[in-house]
Design a protein. Structure first.
Length: 365
């Protein structure tokens, strides 16, 4: 469970630029927990694994995120058992802070900074709950064979992989942030090359390979998505994952065949839209209703006007402290500002079955 001890500190040492900060954060966390319960936790199977993937925009580069944003990000990730994070920047202190908020049962691995052209000085990370997932002591980066090099070079951000186990389920996560740009064929080629390597490995390795991350897929039926669909990996439809709800950027796909056998039973999958609870309101979708009991318990969904008024002076003070001028048009800038507090991507997740003991016992009938 995510830690909330910092709320006591916010109350004991009030921030003159942010009155009653602990009260606002608590109400947002209560509402966020309500939505996470209904979307993810409520229907979870007892013997399952929930894998998440999230591109957390420029984590953390430029003006540092507010305290509350770390709480919200931690709360979401805490509803997964393991999560791949893309766009981690050079400074690892923000990631360490996030893992500390997740609690002592969480650990993490992180890749080196990509200095390749197009790599954007990014890292990739895996954070995981050690009570649910065991690290199997294998970690590395995928290097493409010479015959599959794209434009004669390795990919800009080397795919980051590690092997884990949950119950009976042995699996490897391969996190990627596919190159962005006008060359869609290059994006498709990168996805195809990585997927082919994972499919080939699955034939000889007793583990399921899961390919996940920001694949920069813009169209549901475009050539980049087709490269993933043609890869012999099983790719559930997560729907759009960007703020405009018109880009299929983030994906997960897994091997269903190989030496591990048919050990990838998909139970559920989805995209979690945090804008109903924090930094909202959602621009197009109607928020789930809250009951009178929910309202009495401290959950509520503020109006757009209330949210703009709440953050306006806070953001002015933050920008002043970092030598930045206030936004010229705060209502128009608000949406973009929130992407640097949370992200311009929504997290995706899938739930897999991990208890195959019945199948094992049937071998001896």
């Amino acid at each position: 469970m995510a830690f909330y001890h910092a709320l006591k500190r916010y109350k004991k040492y009030p921030d003159s630029n942010y009155p009653k900060k602990e009260a606002w954060i608590s109400s947002r966390l209560l509402t966020l927990r309500h939505d996470l319960y209904n979307d993810i936790k409520k229907d979870r199977q007892p013997n399952s694994l929930i894998i998440g993937s999230w591109n957390i925009r420029a984590f953390d580069n430029g003006i540092p995120r507010m305290d509350e944003s770390y709480h919200y990000i931690a709360e979401i990730i805490d509803h997964f058992d393991i999560c791949a994070i893309q766009e981690v920047k050079n400074d690892l202190d923000p990631l360490r802070r996030l893992v500390k908020l997740l609690g002592p049962s969480w650990d993490f691995f992180v890749s080196d900074v990509s200095i390749h052209k197009g790599g954007n000085n990014e890292r990739m990370a895996f954070v995981y709950n050690t009570n649910r997932v065991i690290f199997r002591n294998l970690i590395g980066e995928i290097v493409l064979p010479k015959e599959t090099l794209i434009a004669g070079e390795q990919v800009a951000r080397s795919p980051f992989f590690a092997s884990f186990q949950a119950g009976w389920f042995k699996f490897s996560l391969c996190s990627a942030h596919i190159i962005y740009g006008n060359d869609l064929k290059m994006r498709a080629a990168e996805i195809k090359s990585i997927a082919n390597i994972l499919v080939k490995r699955a034939k000889s390795e007793d583990q399921v390979h899961i390919f996940l991350g920001d694949m920069n897929i813009e169209k549901k039926d475009g050539e980049v998505m087709q490269a993933l669909k043609d890869s012999k990996l099983t790719a559930p439809d997560f729907g759009p994952t960007n703020m405009g709800s018109n880009r299929w950027f983030d994906q997960m796909a897994f091997t269903a065949k190989g030496k591990a056998g048919n050990k990838t039973r998909l139970l559920r999958h989805g995209t979690f839209d945090w804008r109903h609870a924090v930094f909202g309101p959602h621009p197009t979708q109607k928020a789930p209703e809250l009951t009178e009991k929910d309202l009495k318990d401290g959950k509520f969904r503020p109006s757009k006007e209330d949210i703009l008024n709440h953050y306006k002076n806070i953001v002015i003070k933050i920008r002043e402290a970092h030598g930045k001028a206030p936004y010229a048009n705060w209502p128009r800038s608000y949406k973009n500002w929130t992407t640097y507090e949370m992200s311009d991507h929504l997290p995706i997740w899938m739930e897999l079955e991990i208890d195959y003991s019945d199948d094992y016992l049937r071998r001896y009938l």
